[in-house]
Design a protein around this ligand. Structure first.
Ligand code: ADP
Length: 352
C-alpha cells in the first residue's frame, strides 16, 4: 500500500472533462512533481488532493483510507497555492504562527516552532516585518513556512516559483530540496517547467490533456519514455517515424524512413515505430564512422554555439532535419558542410 493512492480519478467542469481516469501511487517522503503544458490538468489534480474541488468518480486514498470526502481543513495538508496569499496586515512571525493558533497550540510551543521554521528558511531576521517589506522570494519562503509549520502529512505546491525570476527560482529550488530532505515530508509540486521538475523530483507525473502520460523518475522519462508525448516534451529529441522490417539477407532488423535505411540490432519491435535519437547520443563527423556506428549523410543546415557545445541542425539526404550536439572544442562546422551523423543504433529509444 502506498502513502497516497490516486485511483481512477475523473473530473468535469460542467460538461468538459478535465481529468481522465488518473491513477498514481505516491510513496511517503517522496518529492513528486505534476508536469505538463498549460491546461493539462495539473492544478485540477492538486485541487482535488487539497479538497478544494470534488471529484466526479474515483478515489484519493491516504494510508489506505479514502479522503475524497474529507474537508480540506481536516486533511492535515500544507498548501502553497496562488490564491493562498500571506496575510498582509500580519508580521512574518504571525503569518507562520497562524495555523498553530488555529490549532490552539500553547504560546511557547508556537514560538519554538515558528523560530525553527524561520531558521530553516533563513528568515529569522525578518520575523517582525510585514509581507510587503519582503522580496518575492522571501514571501514565498514565508508561505512555505506557514504551510509546513504544523507538520503536515503532505505539502501541496502550485507553481510556487512561477512569479520569480530565473536566478531566484534556481535558489529557491535548491532551498526547497534541502527543506524536503531535512523534514522528510511528502511534497507534491506543480510546474510546467521541465528543468525544475527534473532537478527537484524523485518522481514526475507527465500530464497531457487530462491524462497521465507517464509517472517515473527523471532518468526514466528521459531515457525510457513510453509515449511520443513524453519523448518530445522531456528534453530535446529527434523523433523519426519509420518502419522496422527484417533485412533482405535475414541478418536482422532494419529501420527504414523514406529512402534511408540502417540496421537496428537486437530490437524486439517490428512495423511502424518512432526512432528517438537524443541530440547528445549522436555526433557530427566529416568522415563516416568505422566502428560499426550508423553514419547518415547530411549537410549542416545551421549551427549555433553556446560555449560548452555546438548545436547543429542537419539536413539528411531525405530532407528530414535532425538536431545534434557537438563538442565544439576545436571549432564548429560551417553551414553547408557535408557531414555524417554517427550514432549507435542499438542505444536509441524505439516507440511502437
Ligand atoms: P493546468 O494546471 O495543467 O494548466 P488546469 O487543471 O488548470 O490545467 O486545467 C485543466 C482544464 O480544465 C483546462 O482545460 C481548463 O480550462 C479547465 N478548467 C480549469 N479550471 C476550471 C474551472 N474552474 N472551470 C472550468 N474549467 C476549468
Amino acid at each position: 500500500m502506498s502513502f497516497i493512492e490516486i485511483k481512477n480519478v475523473n473530473k468535469f467542469y460542467g460538461n468538459a472533462q478535465a481529468l481522465f481516469d488518473v491513477s498514481i501511487n505516491i510513496e511517503k517522503g517522496a518529492f513528486v512533481t505534476l508536469l505538463g503544458p498549460s491546461g493539462s490538468g495539473k492544478t485540477t489534480l492538486l485541487k482535488l488532493l487539497a479538497g478544494f474541488e470534488p471529484l466526479a468518480s474515483g478515489a484519493i486514498m491516504m494510508n489506505g483510507s479514502d479522503v475524497s470526502g474529507v474537508p480540506t481543513e481536516k486533511r492535515n495538508f500544507g498548501v502553497v497555492f496562488q490564491g493562498y496569499a500571506l496575510f498582509p496586515h500580519m508580521s512574518v512571525f504571525d503569518n507562520i504562527a497562524y495555523p498553530l493558533r488555529v490549532r490552539r497550540m500553547g504560546r511557547d510551543e508556537i514560538s519554538k516552532r515558528v523560530h525553527a521554521m524561520l531558521d530553516l528558511v533563513q528568515l529569522s531576521k525578518f520575523a517582525k516585518r510585514k509581507p510587503s517589506e519582503l522580496s518575492g522570494g522571501q514571501q514565498q519562503r514565508v508561505a512555505l513556512s506557514r504551510a509546513l509549520v504544523f507538520n503536515p502529512d503532505l505539502l501541496l505546491l502550485d507553481e510556487p516559483m512561477s512569479a520569480l525570476d530565473k536566478k531566484l527560482r534556481v535558489d529557491l529550488q535548491e532551498e526547497l530540496r534541502e527543506i524536503h530532505k531535512t523534514l522528510g515530508t511528502t511534497f507534491i509540486n506543480v510546474t510546467h517547467d521541465q528543468e525544475e521538475a527534473m532537478h527537484m523530483s524523485d518522481c514526475i507525473a507527465v500530464m497531457n490533456n487530462g491524462r497521465i502520460e507517464q509517472f517515473a523518475s527523471a532518468f526514466d522519462l528521459y531515457r525510457r519514455p513510453t509515449t511520443r508525448f513524453v519523448a518530445d516534451f522531456i528534453g530535446k529529441s529527434n523523433l523519426i517515424e519509420g518502419e522496422i522490417s527484417e533485412g533482405k539477407d535475414k541478418k536482422g532488423a532494419m529501420f527504414k524512413f523514406d529512402n534511408i535505411e540502417f540496421a537496428l540490432p537486437g530490437t524486439k519491435h517490428t512495423g511502424k515505430v518512432a526512432f528517438i535519437l537524443r541530440p547528445e547520443d549522436a555526433c557530427v563527423n566529416l568522415e563516416p564512422a568505422i566502428d560499426g556506428r550508423v553514419s547518415l549523410q547530411g549537410t549542416i543546415h545551421c549551427s549555433t554555439y553556446s560555449g560548452d557545445r555546438a548545436l547543429y541542425t542537419v539536413d539528411l539526404e531525405n530532407k528530414k532535419q535532425v538536431i545534434i550536439y557537438g563538442t565544439a572544442r576545436t571549432g564548429i562546422h560551417a553551414d553547408g558542410t557535408k557531414v555524417f551523423v554517427c550514432f549507435k543504433a542499438e542505444e536509441s529509444i524505439i516507440l511502437p
